[in-house]
Design a protein around this ligand. Structure first.
Ligand SMILES: [Fe+2]
Ligand SMILES: [Fe+2]
Length: 261
């Protein structure tokens, strides 16, 4: 297997803090790289407004790749979740790419609230879907809210409400990679043979201090998984690299260097 995934998050299309030229550059860059798959992990809009969704949909269509898209808390503001379904479908979805790779998208939003939760009903659904995937297949779960606090993001107040229960399901069912957004900060953790990766934002001014606008590029082969951070108009750097042994991830080949330039 050799597959490349562009992991983009928090594009935040709207009138406030949105950097249109940066998103256009991101679209251009990603289409040049032409990965096999695009993951958009939520916060496609600023406030969940109708006009923002229209615009976001136009931008998202510019990416030529096959996509998996989940909503973020900003998309569910002002009941924007209704528009999310209209433009981007149901947030809880299973995407079987091949016998070797399955992705599951999870809607972690609560309409009109910034906090996130999966809840017991969806936890059961998640467990059921994961059990259907063959053990040797790579399992990737995508949700907007982060499961573990991210350094350099200030006071922690938005980890998923039921992160503990969700983490247990993911570990018990052998999930290999979790992709999230929300904090506009690229980072990677490694917990119980599971890589937990967050992406930055390519196109909002709302980034922290020295963290530039960026997205992640993930390369997967039979033997390793490599995660790079690509700055918009800037350099590409390795964030983490994991060895795959008999279908399980092992401790990073290259430990996290630094999340920040
Ligand atoms: Fe965001
Ligand atoms: Fe968010």
């Amino acid at each position: 297997m050799e597959i490349q995934i562009a992991h983009i998050s928090d594009i935040h299309v709207g009138k406030v803090n949105f950097m249109q030229d940066m998103l256009e550059s991101c679209i251009h860059e990603v289409n040049e790289i032409d990965p096999d798959l695009l993951v958009l992990s939520g916060d496609l809009t600023g406030f969940g407004f109708k006009e923002e969704y229209k615009k976001a949909d136009e931008y998202v269509r510019c990416f030529k790749q096959k996509k998996l898209i989940v909503p973020g808390n900003h998309d569910a503001r002002y009941r924007g979740d209704l528009y999310f379904e209209k433009y981007f479908g149901y947030g809880n979805t299973v995407l079987k790419v091949s016998d070797d790779l399955t992705l599951i998208g999870l809607d972690s939003t609560i309409p009109d609230l910034d906090e996130g939760a999966i809840g017991r009903g969806k936890q059961r659904w998640l467990k059921k879907q994961l059990k259907k995937i063959p053990e040797e297949s790579l399992k990737i779960v995508v949700l907007h809210h982060h499961l573990i606090p991210i350094p350099m993001t200030g006071r922690e107040r938005s980890v998923l409400n039921d992160a503990g229960d969700v983490l247990r399901i993911l570990v018990e069912e052998g999930v290999d990679v979790v992709l999230s957004g929300h904090r506009h900060t690229p980072y990677s953790w490694f917990l119980n043979n599971m890589a937990i990766i967050t992406a930055g934002s390519p196109s909002t001014e709302k980034v922290r201090a020295t963290i530039p606008q960026s997205y992640n590029l993930i390369k997967i082969t039979d033997n390793w998984i490599e995660v790079k951070v690509k700055e918009i108009h800037g350099k590409e750097r390795l964030m983490s690299k994991y060895r795959r042994v008999k279908g399980r991830l092992e401790f990073p080949l290259k430990k996290l260097i630094s999340s920040h330039p």
